[in-house]
Design a protein. Structure first.
Length: 108
């Protein structure tokens, strides 16, 4: 695995353009494959934490950020959004989803 600097963070593809439009020149580089995968995992943790701290108004936007990172992680593993959805559906068909709000407390 490629080591990565503790400086910097993975950002969305258009962020450098947005920074330029704001009148500043961003300093960036393109991560190698191993660094990218590591930074995506870090980003997932960051986005999940932001979702957990969000109020009901901002929660959907934060959840969309989580989904964006999940899709990028899947793509990095060679799984597209349709394949990921099929995997999700198969698991839901076999084990169910979470809509029934069941809490397991152990066995008797």
């Amino acid at each position: 695995m490629e080591p990565h600097s503790s400086h910097g963070k993975l950002v969305r593809d258009r962020i450098p353009q947005v920074i330029r439009e704001g009148g500043t020149e961003p300093v960036t580089y393109t991560a190698g494959r191993a660094e990218y995968r590591s930074r995506l995992r870090d980003k997932l943790g960051e986005e999940v934490a932001e979702f957990l701290e969000a109020d009901e108004d901002s929660a959907p936007e934060e959840l969309a950020d989580v989904l964006e990172v999940v899709r990028a992680l899947a793509a990095d593993l060679g799984v597209d959004a349709d394949q990921l959805e099929k995997i999700r559906q198969a698991k839901a068909s076999e084990r169910g989803g979470f809509a029934a709000r069941i809490v397991w407390t152990g066995n008797r």
